[in-house]
Design a protein around this ligand. Sequence first.
Ligand SMILES: [Zn+2]
Ligand SMILES: [Zn+2]
Length: 205
Amino acid sequence: MENRFAGGCASCSVWVSAGGGFLGKGLEGGWEVRCATCQYVDERAAADDFDPEVIELPTVPPPGSATTVALRVLTLSRECWACGKDTVCLIGLYPQRPGRGFAGLFTTDNARTMALVRRLLQQHGHGPLAATVKSRYSRTMRERQLSNGCGHCDALQGNFPVHDEAMGRVAAGGVDGLDTLLIASCPVLEWQAIVHDNSGGVIAI
Ligand SMILES: [Zn+2]
Ligand SMILES: [Zn+2]
C-alpha cells in the first residue's frame, strides 16, 4: 500500500515523501513506512536465488527517498589497557530521527560499519580521531581488521571488551548511554548497505 503521509522508513529511517514508499503493519501492529529500497531488498530476500552475502541495492536512491540521512556517531571513552589514559572508542551509528518501528544500533563490530564511521569522521572534521582507526592484527581473531586504537599510545582496543562495555551502557541507558560525538550527514545508499549487511554487529534497541 502506498504511504499517503511522509515518514521515516522502519528499516533504515531514511525519510520518504508522501506516496514515495509503502505502508505496512509493523510487528507491534502499528502502521510503518517502508522506503522503496528496503521494500525491494526484502522482496529479493524472499526469492529462492537470494544470496545474503550479496546486497542488492539500487545505484541511486529511488524517487521519493531522501538522498542523505542524519546519523549519530556514537562513541565511548574508556581507560586504555596499555597506557592507562582515557581514550575514545568508536562504537556505532544510529539515526538522529529513527523511523517508527526502527530497531537497530549498528556497531563497529562489523568491518563495513567501522569503515563508514571512519569515513564520516574524516568528512566531518574529526581527522585525528579517524586516524586512530587502523587495520591492526588481532590475536583473538587471528586476522587483521579495522579496529579502535588508543589516541595516546596506539594500542589496539580489543573489539570484545569495547563492545561488551558498549552493550552494558546501552542496556542501562539506551542510545543515550553512549556519547554522541557528532551528527553526520550520510548518503543513504552507504547507510542502507550497512542496514542490509548480514554479517553481524547490530544491537536490537
Ligand atoms: Zn528503508
Ligand atoms: Zn594507550
